[in-house]
Design a protein around this ligand. Structure first.
Ligand code: BES
Ligand code: MN
Ligand code: ZN
Length: 492
């Protein structure tokens, strides 16, 4: 998608204008209304369109203007008009016109700030995401026709400058979405690692550890998950040293990268097993976040660690009842091979704190189906041993519109994961508090470092999205949220 900041829309562009409650036209919209002899205000005044949030109205071929169509987007009350309302409206403008057959959408933002104009471009771009590389027969009229998004800004230069970091963030989100959308026959651990390696062009350092190296480090638990797969397990370590002091203590993000989760010998039912191609959504978010941070040259030292495996049943697969030794030295009884994410993260978390001594670690994982039962499919859970880190995450969530809800880590539930034969077992107490017992499991591998765990099982993939900037499919959840956490709290 081509993004341009302009002083005036090109003549062939479909123009989007924002309208507030009570049919109040923006200044830019008023100018168009005058040029077309009041057709816009008549169209708006005639029906149910009032400017309420989420409403759209299409006015085609109005006389007096060269635009082939004008689309009015409701943004609601003036005092509620914040960045998120603006972003949703801009995304909606794109969705409303994408199939009309025109090649340019111009978003009229000339009475907004340069920053807001940049956000409009960011949002429209996020809304334009598509994963269509395997569609070979889509008829032309089913494909979006928009190839350029113009944002009409009072100070186009300033808007363009404000857009530069947002463009890097959108690149990161798209990087994550592409990883998450890719089927598991294409995206297995080595391919995932290869795509991370490709990010070195942004100035990231990317190391890839293979099975022999992980074996040497004692990462038996991560490796045990991959034993039933013909694919090699991998550990990706990405580093971005953007702080003035390159040796300053880093912050760390750790991702579950289960490229396919069949359940292993504790095989999942066939129903919806295909969803488990996106069981690397946490790892995908870490990769996209590193892409975003490097792309906008964030002034911070960051480490991203991704544990990559495929969980398959096979003669070599681990068995329910096996006891494995983690890198930390703690032993785990594997009661259910489908509770594999925590096994991968146990070693990835331990490795991260051991090697990098970070200020904090945030892990992202599509860890439990129970998270969907607890929170539904629009909110991710956050578990943390640090109130400060949890609060910072919740603040970033509020600012970016990626919803998080804090969940507890009660000490009295620790006994759910006590095993009679090993230090810990990988399942809890039946179906009770399944997301909590999983988080408590992870906590035992943090070595007391400030840590937060985001269970993104509910939000990694959207099925009936109501958010225009997150079309159905891979959401890229976490990239924008964690980029904001870094920008607001950890950049000098
Ligand atoms: N990857 C799944 C969790 C999941 C389920 C993510 C649905 C997204 C959508 C995870 O590895 C898993 O299988 N968890 C089990 C744990 C159980 C065996 C203790 C679960 O949630 O059922
Ligand atoms: Mn599983
Ligand atoms: Zn899984």
């Amino acid at each position: 998608m081509k993004i341009e900041f302009v002083g005036a829309a090109s003549g062939s562009a479909v123009v989007a204008v924002f309208v507030q409650d009570e049919r109040k036209l923006s200044k830019g919209a008023q100018a168009y209304d005058q040029q077309c002899g009041g057709a816009l205000s008549r169209a708006i005044g005639a029906g149910r369109f009032t400017g309420a949030k989420g409403q759209t109205l299409l006015l085609t071929a109005p006389a007096g203007v060269s635009a082939p169509a004008i689309v009015a987007i409701g943004v609601g009350a003036k005092d509620g008009f914040d960045d998120l309302v603006l972003e949703h409206a801009a995304g909606q403008a794109y969705s409303a016109v994408k199939l009309l057959g025109f090649d340019t959408l111009a978003i009229e933002a000339s009475d907004l700030s340069a920053d807001q104009a940049a956000r409009a471009a960011f949002a429209a771009r996020l809304a334009s995401y598509r994963f269509d590389k395997y569609l070979t027969k889509t008829p032309a009229d089913k494909k979006p026709s928009i190839t350029t998004i113009q944002v009409v800004a009072a100070d186009a230069k300033a808007a363009e400058a404000a857009y530069a970091p947002l463009s890097a963030i959108a690149d990161g989100v798209f990087f994550t979405r592409d990883l998450v959308a890719e089927p598991a026959n294409v995206l297995y651990p080595e391919e995932f690692a290869k795509r991370c390696k490709g990010l070195e062009k942004l100035g990231l350092t990317v190391e890839v550890l293979g099975e022999a190296e992980m074996e040497k480090l004692g990462m038996r638990t991560l490796l045990a998950v991959g034993m039933g797969s013909t694919k090699q397990s991998q550990l990706v370590v990405m580093r971005w040293n953007g702080a003035a002091d390159k040796n300053a203590q880093p912050i760390a993000f750790v991702g579950k990268g289960v490229c396919f989760d069949s359940g292993g010998l504790s095989l999942k039912p066939a129903d919806a097993m295909e969803d488990m191609k996106w069981d690397m959504g946490g790892g995908g978010a870490v990769a996209g976040l590193m892409c975003a941070l490097a792309g906008r040259k964030a002034k911070v030292n960051v480490v991203g660690v991704i544990g990559l495996v495929e969980n398959m049943p096979d003669g070599n697969a681990q068995r329910p009842g096996d006891v494995v030794v983690t890198m930390s030295g703690q032993t785990v009884e594997v009661l259910n091979t489908d509770a594999e994410g925590r096994l991968v993260l146990a070693d990835a978390l331990w490795y991260t704190q051991d090697r990098f001594k970070p200020k904090f670690m945030v892990d992202l994982a599509t860890l439990t189906g129970a998270m969907l039962i607890a929170l539904g499919d629009e909110i991710a859970g956050v578990f943390s041993n640090s109130d400060e880190l949890a609060d910072n995450l919740l603040a970033a969530s509020k600012a970016t519109g990626e919803p998080l809800w804090r969940m507890p880590l009660p000490a009295s539930y620790e006994r759910m994961i006590d095993s009679p034969i090993a230090d810990i077992k990988n399942t809890g107490k039946g179906r009770l508090g399944g997301s909590i017992s999983a988080a408590l499991f992870l906590q035992r591998f943090t070595n007391g470092v400030p840590w937060a765990h985001l269970d993104i099982a509910p939000v990694a993939w959207r099925k009936d999205s109501k958010v225009s900037t997150v079309p159905d499919g891979p959401a890229g959840f976490g990239v924008i949220l964690l980029d904001r956490l870094v920008a607001d709290r950890y950049e000098a």
